[in-house]
Write a protein of this length. Sequence first.
Length: 158
Amino acid sequence: MAGHGLFFQLQYNNAPEKATACSYKKHRTFLSCMKIYICSMQHAKDDLQVRWLKLRIRLKETYGIKPDMDGVLFLIGVQELGSGKQVYTKEQKQDLMHIAVCTVLMQSGYYMLEGYDEEGWPHFKQLKEMPGFNLFEQENFLKDHVLLYFEQFFKNDN
């Protein structure tokens, strides 16, 4: 455990001749708190993945498919556009996924709906910069917002 050695090195550097039971006790308390914090972070990450899997299963039960992230975003885009099931071009599919991303991130104030064009497609305005996440964090950020969207969407079903 690298943090363990570093902590004791700091303790010894601050008072090399006095590595007492008291500093060890503080260290044990610190480690216990860190372990609880790390476990709760892991639990939150696990919880997100469990909720994501449950959503995908529910979508499979509802629509007959168990979509990945792109598929879920596509479904949200179709729902928000209100166009129903039809054949879309590749560009339209990308636009639908963009609609979905903007829609789910509106909940946190990243986007606002500006209006609709003559064909009924929504247009959004970005209100604030996206957080500087790595790819994994971006996906979890988006998953969390998609889950919030579907909580509202499925609220009437329960």
